[in-house]
Design a protein around this ligand. Sequence first.
Ligand SMILES: C[S@@+](CC[C@H](N)C(=O)[O-])C[C@H]1O[C@@H](n2cnc3c(N)ncnc32)[C@H](O)[C@@H]1O
Length: 254
Amino acid sequence: MSKEHDSPQGGEKKRPLAYEAYQTLAEAYAACVATKPHNAYYDRPAVLSLVPEVTEKVILDAGCGPGVYTEWLITRGAKVIGLDASENMLAFAKARNHDRATFVQANLEEPMPCFRDQHFDGIVSALAITYVMNLQALFGEFNRILKNAGWIVFSTEHPFSAYQYFGIENYFATTPVSCEWRGFGTKVNMPSYFHSLGSIAAAITDNGFAIEKILEPQPTEEFKNADRQEYEKLMKFPGFICFKARKMGAGSLI
Ligand SMILES: C[S@@+](CC[C@H](N)C(=O)[O-])C[C@H]1O[C@@H](n2cnc3c(N)ncnc32)[C@H](O)[C@@H]1O
């Protein structure tokens, strides 16, 4: 992996929206994420079901957190760069993966000059795009750093669920929201953005991708054993949504 990926962003930069929250939460998140039902038995099985063969592929784990996805990818022979805004999260990702992956501190809300054009075969981004206001810019960057026919697989809060949960007044407006997270044992106020389904889809398709699959996951059986009540709810109500999209080559008819 080239050295260019090791350098953090320089200069005075604006902190990412959820930076403080994830700095505070990192230790608890890293301790829980392998078995916490919403991650282990709901998000990850769904996201990973969409990931194609990764052996020898160069993959970006965008918003890698403590590096559980990174670990899954390198175990399957991928060369992985984990990106996250939080240095505390990156410390846990490095502790989990040692020198088997490269990690970079960067903000998904900004351009990523640390990456060459057309560098990656694929991008995995689990539960991270909700912290980015300008999804059009983000998917433009994803297009720039992906090879032709490269893919992106990502998950985020389901807009229907977020619309209801946050009592959103205008469904069509990208709206800053926040709530208190208690599920990791440490209370934090977690800010994010509400995005409509149409604005997520437009960010993908306006930026040179074709959507190959949309998955509205349901929890696995392990979730039922861990938290029966939440399992019953998520069997009838969409908490997360996952997309797989592919970069279209020049001249594509899609
Ligand atoms: C819910 S966690 C998901 C972590 C990991 N993908 C997983 O599923 O285990 C969201 C992650 O996105 C990171 N994040 C939030 N905003 C970000 C931004 N603007 N740029 C880069 N990373 C960001 C957080 O620091 C956190 O590690």
